[in-house]
Design a binder for this molecule. Structure first.
Ligand code: NDP
Ligand code: GDP
Length: 329
């Protein structure tokens, strides 16, 4: 049997790394879009962490460069395309709104257009986001909940989301959109609150720092594990009919309670270390997100496998290991 071929944009990010690992384990030939960087040794750090660097074919390209995407897709001839690349940090999107629009919004349109022109039979996954619910219109958000984006990031994701729906409905493409709630892991970017906390906990435990400055401790998120969530992406592309799915755990936790769990894991009380710093507050906040993954449970047979406590423990342990290695403790 010939191997299935997948192309992943954002392959060097958190989800790209876990998805690559999943697809390699399933026997796929995996290709990734690689944004050129002057620091070659750090670009595939996450792939190295999972010990899969070297098993993926990387192609120089950028989501904003349509002709480059066309060239790569012609070369790779993918069966499945996962569009994960984005300027993904909400806070930066107020500082770089146009860049965020170009990459996170128009970039997805570039990828859809590329697939339509070069390989319209390929299956397409768009990384949509619970941030599109923003100022929530229902206490528990499902595929039917109206959107209300609250940041340039969320507005760009909403454009990409509707473009995916439109390419499906206009051109009959097998294009699905996963509305994923926040998902974390030891490979999460350090600027996101969960990783910032687990890294802070590890530094404090090892005596490398004594305070952790955070913003809004009352914000609540429905946090799951990235390893579980990439399975849902794959499952969406294995369905006969393309569709949109909310992927979430159905449990929401405040940043404050996340701190309590993470500090508690190493026997510390977060109140002794966490300080609120206005600099980390946002021009507009998404106060609370809580998803209903019932449709994914029923139609994809998907369910989260990792509890929040298990995930936090894994993240803190990984940060302790990383820092000990760095400092030869
Ligand atoms: P990351 O920020 O970890 O990864 C983003 C990836 O996009 C990186 O590989 C990055 O490359 C790449 N990228 C950025 N700009 C460009 C560009 N112009 N051209 C090509 N590649 C580019 O994100 P995650 O893995 O956490 O998330 C994956 C996707 O899912 C993103 O689209 C994100 O917005 C979305 N999402 C994530 C959620 C989460 O909780 N993690 C929730 C819902 C949606 P480089 O390594 O060079 O920076
Ligand atoms: P987001 O949901 O994609 O914006 O993911 P983040 O991890 O960046 O932020 C989650 C929530 O944590 C938001 O409501 C932030 O306002 C809140 N938060 C509180 N303190 C911090 C902080 O120091 N850094 C970040 N990134 N978020 C923080």
């Amino acid at each position: 049997m010939t191997k299935k071929v997948a192309l992943i944009t954002g392959v060097t990010g958190q989800d790209g790394a876990y998805l690559s690992q999943l697809l390699l384990n399933k026997g796929y030939e995996v290709h990734g879009l690689l944004r050129r960087s002057a620091s070659a040794d750090v670009v595939d750090a996450r792939l190295k962490w999972l010990d899969i660097d070297g098993k993926i074919s990387l192609h120089d390209g950028n989501l904003t460069d349509l002709s480059g995407l066309i060239r790569i897709v012609r070369e790779v001839e993918p069966d499945e395309v996962y569009n994960l690349a984005a300027q993904s940090f909400v806070r930066s999107s107020w500082q770089q709104p146009l860049l965020t629009g170009s990459v996170t919004g128009l970039g997805a349109a570039n990828m859809l257009e590329t697939v339509r022109l070069v390989c319209p039979e390929a299956r397409f996954y768009q990384a949509s986001s619970s941030e599109m619910f923003g100022l929530i219109q229902e206490p528990i958000q499902s595929e039917k909940t109206p959107f209300y984006p609250r940041s340039p990031y969320a507005a760009a994701k909403l454009y990409a989301h509707w473009m995916t729906v439109n390419y499906r409905e206009s051109f009959g493409m097998h294009a699905s959109s996963g509305i994923l709630f926040n998902h974390e892991s030891p490979l999460r970017g350090i600027e996101f609150v969960t990783r910032k906390i687990t890294d802070g906990v590890a530094r404090i435990k090892l005596g490398m720092q004594n305070k952790l400055a955070l913003g809004n401790l009352d914000a609540k998120r429905d946090w799951g594990h990235a390893r579980d969530y990439v399975k849902a992406m794959w499952l969406m592309l294995q369905q006969d009919t393309p569709d949109d799915f909310v992927i979430a755990t159905g449990r929401t936790t405040s940043v404050r309670d996340f701190c309590a769990i993470a500090f508690g894991h190493v026997g510390l009380n977060f109140e002794d270390y966490v300080a609120v710093d206005e600099r980390y507050m946002r021009p507009a906040e998404v106060d609370v997100l809580l998803g209903n993954p019932e449709k994914a449970r029923q139609e994809l047979d998907w369910a989260p496998e990792t509890s929040l406590e298990e995930m936090v423990a894994e993240m803190v342990e990984a940060d302790l290991q990383r820092l000990k290695h760095l400092t030869h403790l």
